[in-house]
Design a protein around this ligand. Sequence first.
Ligand code: NOJ
Length: 509
Amino acid sequence: MTGPWWKSAVVYQVYPRSFCDANGDGVGDLEGLREHLDHLEWLGVDAIWISPFFRSPMRDYGYDVSDFCDVDPLFGTLEDFDHLLEDAHARGLRVLLDWVPNHTSDRHPWFREARASRDSAKRSWYVWRDGSPDRPPNNWRAAFREGPSWTWDAATRQWYLHLFLPEQPDLNWANPAVVAAMHDTLRFWLDRGVDGFRMDVVHCIGKDPALPDAPEELARLPWCALNDHASTHGLLRDIRGVIEAYPGERVMVGEVVLFPAERVAPYYGREDELHLCFNFSPLWAPWEAEAWRRQIADTERALDPVGAWPTWVLSNHDNPRHRTRYGGAEARARAAALLLLGLRGTPFLYAGEELGLEDAAIPEARIRDPGGRDGCRAPIPWEGPDAYGWANGDPWLPWPPDAARRNARALGADPRSILHLYRRLLTLRRGVPSLQRGAQEMLAVPDGVLAWRRTSDAEPWIVVVNFSDAEQRVPLEGSFRVAAASDGRSEGTAYSGRLAPEQALWLRG
Ligand code: NOJ
C-alpha cells in the first residue's frame, strides 16, 4: 500500500509500569514488555507506543523526567531498551517513545541548576516571574490539583510556572538553548533507531510571553487544556526538521488537548508539523449513535479540508477505560472494537482493551496517582491467579475486575473471546485497503444505528454499529457478506439486514 506506514497502522499503547513485571519488584519493566512481544505480533498491531520509561522520581509516574536520555532503573537499562527495540523490529513492530517536551522533573539537573540562583546560566531554561508570595503572576490553573500553575520559590523569591504538578516545572521553549537541548534528546533516541514519538501535551510548549490571564469563564479549566499559542507552530516545524533528517518514515504524534477538533487541525501544519494528532472529543462521547454521528462529522469537517489524517482512541492511561465508561457490558466493548477499527484514520489501542478490561477499583490506601487515574492503569493479567503471569503477584496497583477469567491465557484459549475478536479484526484490516485507507461515507440508517461505507479501488466495505439495546432492521443496497461480527455470530454468511442489540458488523461488498 502506498503512503506512509502510520496512515494504515494500528498503534498499541503500553503503559510500562503496568504491562508486565519480569524482575519481581511489582512494577512492569522493559524486559516484561519484551517477553510479551509475541502477544502483540499474534494480535496483529503494527506499532507500539511506550509511555515514559526515562529516569524519573515518579511523581507523575514517568511524566516527570529527570534524564531524557536514560532508562529509569525501575524499568531496566539502555541495553534492555536496545534489546527490546531489536526484537520488536525483528517482528515487524515499530516503536514510538513518549517524549515529554513541556516540562521536566524538578529533580532534573537543568532545574536544580536553574533554581540554585537568579544568576544561574540555566535560570532562563524555565519560566520565572517576579511578584509577591501571596499573588501568583496570573490566573492559570495547574492540572491534577486545585490551585495555581505557579509555585513560589522562597530561596530566590520568584514564581516558577508548572502546568502540571509543582514537581514538573515548564521548560522555556522561547530560549534557543532549550530548543537545542531538547532536539538533542530526540536525536539520542532516533540514533538508537526508534520509529517516532508520541509528544506529551505538545501544544503547550509555545507560550504567550505576556502570560495573559485565562478568560474568566474558562479560568476553572487547567491551563494545559487552553494553551494555544502561535509560537508552538514554528517550534513544531523545527522539531519536524530534526525528525526528517533521519531516514525512514519516523512519525510525530502530538497529544493536543484542545477542543473542538477545529483547534487541533492547525497542529498538522501544512504537512510540516505533527504527522498525527490525538483528537480527544470522541473519547468522551457516550455510547450513543447520535453522539458518535456528531463526533465523526465534526472530525471530518475539521480535518478533511486541511488534508489532516485523523486518529481515533477510546482508552488510554489518563481516562477510565471505555468499557467502564460505557457501563461494563462486554457486548458494547466488542461493538466498540468494530467502531474504532472501522473508522477512517489511525486507531490507537490501549493495552488490555483487547482483553475487555475494565478499570480496577482502587481502595483508598492504594491510591497512587495525584490525578485519580489509577483505575485504568491496573496491571495486565497475562495468566490466571495467583501471580497473573507477573514475576510478583502483588503489583503496584490492584488487578482489574474478573482477572481470573479476563487474562491473556484464558481468553487466548477461547476462540469466541473478545481477544480473538480483536485479532480477527486486526488481521482483516491489514488485508483490506478500503478499511485501512479508503474514503468514508456515512449512510442513512435508522435511529440508534450508525453505518458508513469505506471505499478504495478495491471492494467496498460497510461498518454498521447498533448502539441500541433493541434489534434493528438495517436494509442496505446491494448484497454483502458478514466479514466480522462483534458477537462472533453469522461471520461468513450473507448479511440478513438485521442487527442484534448492541451488535456491530463489518460487511464485505
Ligand atoms: C499528558 C499525559 O498523558 C499525562 O499522563 C501526564 O500526566 C501529563 N501529560 C503531564 O505530562
